[in-house]
Ligand binder design. Structure first.
Ligand code: AMP
Length: 118
């Protein structure tokens, strides 16, 4: 069995979080270390470690993640100004928490897509 992460405990409300949305497929909560005025993590309730571990059975949850991002962006008042959705995958993607998560970032200009290595 793949070991679960702190995010599974947040989903089950065994650990505190600033949760902004939850349904039977996905959960969304504010990032503990926000990089921009709006920084929300949207995650599947099922423990899927990375994008590479998605199965056909996860398609509903993956679609829900996007529609929930849209809903939260509207609630945050950033739909018109815009925002960025990011999913990091494994080492080169700099994924830190091995529970698939989508960052919703906005509230100001998010900057270039990636910064060049120094
Ligand atoms: P990533 O680098 O894509 O794996 O992003 C992991 C994100 O999870 C980081 O932005 C962290 O700040 C965030 N994070 C880690 N622990 C928590 C937590 N307990 N509650 C909310 N966000 C967290």
């Amino acid at each position: 069995m793949i070991e679960e992460t702190i995010f599974s405990k947040i989903i089950r409300k065994e650990l505190p979080s600033d949760m902004v949305y939850q349904d039977e497929l996905v959960t969304a909560f504010r990032d503990i270390s926000p990089r921009l005025p709006t920084h929300v993590l949207i995650i599947p309730n099922r423990h899927i470690p990375t994008v590479d571990d998605i199965t056909d059975d996860d398609e509903a949850a993956m679609g829900r993640m996007l529609s929930v991002a849209r809903k939260i962006a509207r609630e945050e008042g950033i739909s018109e100004s815009g925002y960025r959705l990011i999913i990091n995958c494994r080492e080169d993607g700099r994924q830190e928490v091995p529970h698939l998560h989508m960052h919703l970032l906005g509230g100001e200009d998010v900057g270039p897509l990636i910064s060049k290595k120094g």
